[in-house]
Design a protein around this ligand. Structure first.
Ligand SMILES: Cc1cc2nc3c(=O)[nH]c(=O)nc-3n(C[C@H](O)[C@H](O)[C@H](O)COP(=O)(O)OP(=O)(O)OC[C@H]3O[C@@H](n4cnc5c(N)ncnc54)[C@H](O)[C@@H]3O)c2cc1C
Length: 438
């Protein structure tokens, strides 16, 4: 693609900063103007875990040195899954020497913003809210000013997150489906049972994710059902009574203290399929395209890959086709794992048992899950193998109980749960599949 003479990126979150930096590196690129409504980068409750593919995208272009990122991060080998029945944790490790990095969201955004400010080809307009967009032009208002200004650009990139102002200009909806909520709190001075791993604790109404963000700090992200009673008091009581009992004893005391005394962050977990990336004049990257449940921590990795793809592909249609196909599996993985790990009925319980048993029995399935998570494998066929094996084990679990008798009620509920997972995957992905095949 011939670089347009002027480009505007809306939103200096992780993906917007990285997009501006990759665009400014392109040979012969004109100036890039980066608009950000917030004048300070807040340490908001958002992406902290980076998978190896995301780290590669960030570092391969030389925009960030791996050292710079590692200095601000905690290295992780993979995930420790603590099953519902409190049996021994299952360790899922990244293949080979791959590692994930956890960096506080605000620290990562600050680092990327510093890079953008230091880049001579980028003009960073901070405290500027973009109010409307049309092809070739946007209107923005600076903090404290009453009049809006217009800015002309041949290529406008929406990196402005879930409520992107660019979407309506493309005739796209800004709506999304509420899945659940995430409560976040920092735990201090605790030792995790498996240091160097993210801990996924199952058994409560939703998964609890624990990972170290600093030598003395562990982030706890607690998934709370969408229909849970609202209000701090109810939330604290629910976390103490229904979630804390599933935590390893060594952590429980600090967890109960933190949810009672410290500030709780709260975000909605929403879903929108990553279907539409706009066009060559008005493009979308990162959460502005779509997003999924953060259990699999893929949001930033997918966003950084969008930014790289936008620059690497000569043809926009090819870029969109490639991104649709590469993001289908991460989306299905996030959806199916969340559904399997949070369902309360006996069918969901069978599906979970099957997943545990698959991971315990087949080292190659543990590795495959991590290859899917690390962004290394994006093939729907390889995802399907694991899914089919999981379904097989779930049904065998139901039809071969201890006394070898068929328990029809269990088979029905297990099939019901598998059906739920399939339906969820199908409803969000069939349109994508049809289009990417076209
Ligand atoms: C609770 C939670 C936990 C998560 N954990 C992980 C994780 O561990 N790993 C991971 O990879 N992902 C995670 N995610 C997802 C991740 O946070 C997002 O995918 C990522 O932040 C998307 O980056 P972005 O730059 O596209 O959008 P955003 O981070 O939303 O940034 C958008 C930017 O645009 C600015 N902006 C918005 N509107 C305008 C406007 N009109 N004009 C100017 N500026 C504007 C905003 O101020 C903001 O700075 C998590 C999400 C949640 C909710």
């Amino acid at each position: 693609m011939i670089p347009p003479s002027s480009q505007a990126v809306i939103g200096a979150g992780p993906v917007g900063c990285f997009s501006a930096l990759t665009l400014s590196q392109r040979a012969g690129a004109g100036n890039v103007t980066l608009f950000e409504s917030d004048s300070k980068s807040r340490n908001r409750f958002a992406g902290e875990w980076l998978h190896p593919a995301g780290i590669r995208a960030l570092c391969q272009s030389g925009i960030l040195e791996r050292d710079e990122l590692e200095k601000r991060s905690v290295s992780h080998r993979g995930f420790a899954i603590f099953p519902h029945d409190r049996s021994e944790a299952i360790l899922l490790e990244y293949p080979g020497s791959d590692r994930g990095l956890v960096c506080e969201h605000g620290a990562l955004v600050s680092l990327l913003r510093q890079k953008a400010v230091a880049e001579p080809n980028i003009h960073f307009v901070s405290g500027a809210r973009v109010e409307s967009v049309k092809e070739g032009e946007l209107a923005y208002r600076l903090n404290g000013e009453s009049d809006s200004k217009t800015f002309r650009a041949d290529h406008i990139i929406g990196a402005d997150g879930r409520g992107s102002v660019v979407r309506p200009a493309l005739g796209l909806t800004r709506s999304s489906r509420l899945i659940s909520y995430m409560a976040g709190v920092m735990l201090r001075d605790i030792e995790l049972p498996h240091e160097g791993f993210g801990h996924v604790i199952l058994g409560a109404a939703g998964p609890i994710l624990l990972y170290r963000v600093a030598p003395d700090l562990v982030r706890a992200s607690i998934d709370v059902p969408a229909n849970a009673k609202k209000g701090r008091q109810h939330l604290t009581a629910m976390l103490r009574e229904e979630y804390a009992p599933f935590l390893p004893e060594s952590i429980r005391g600090e967890f109960v203290r933190a949810i009672a005394e410290d500030e709780l962050a709260f975000r909605a977990n929403r879903y929108r399929a990553r279907m539409n990336y706009g066009n060559e004049n008005l493009s979308l990257v990162g959460d502005a395209v779509g997003f999924q449940h953060p259990l699999t921590a893929m949001g930033m990795t997918l966003g950084f890959q969008d930014a790289v793809g936008l620059v690497d592909f000569d043809d926009f249609a090819e870029f969109q086709k490639a991104r649709r196909s590469a993001t289908l599996v991460p989306e299905m993985l996030a959806m199916s794992l969340f559904q399997a790990f949070s369902g309360r009925d006996s069918g969901a319980c069978e599906v979970r048992k099957a997943i545990y048993s698959m991971w315990r029995r087949y080292p190659q399935e543990r590795e495959r899950t991590m290859r899917l998570l690390s962004g290394e494998v994006t093939s729907p066929i390889r995802f399907s193998f694991s899914f089919i094996r999981g379904v097989q084990l779930a049904l065998l679990g139901s039809v071969l109980p201890e006394n070898e008798r068929l328990q029809l009620s269990q088979v029905a509920s297990t099939l019901g749960s598998i059906g739920q997972i399939l339906l969820g995957m199908a409803s969000c992905s069939s349109a994508r599949l049809a289009r990417s095949a076209a």
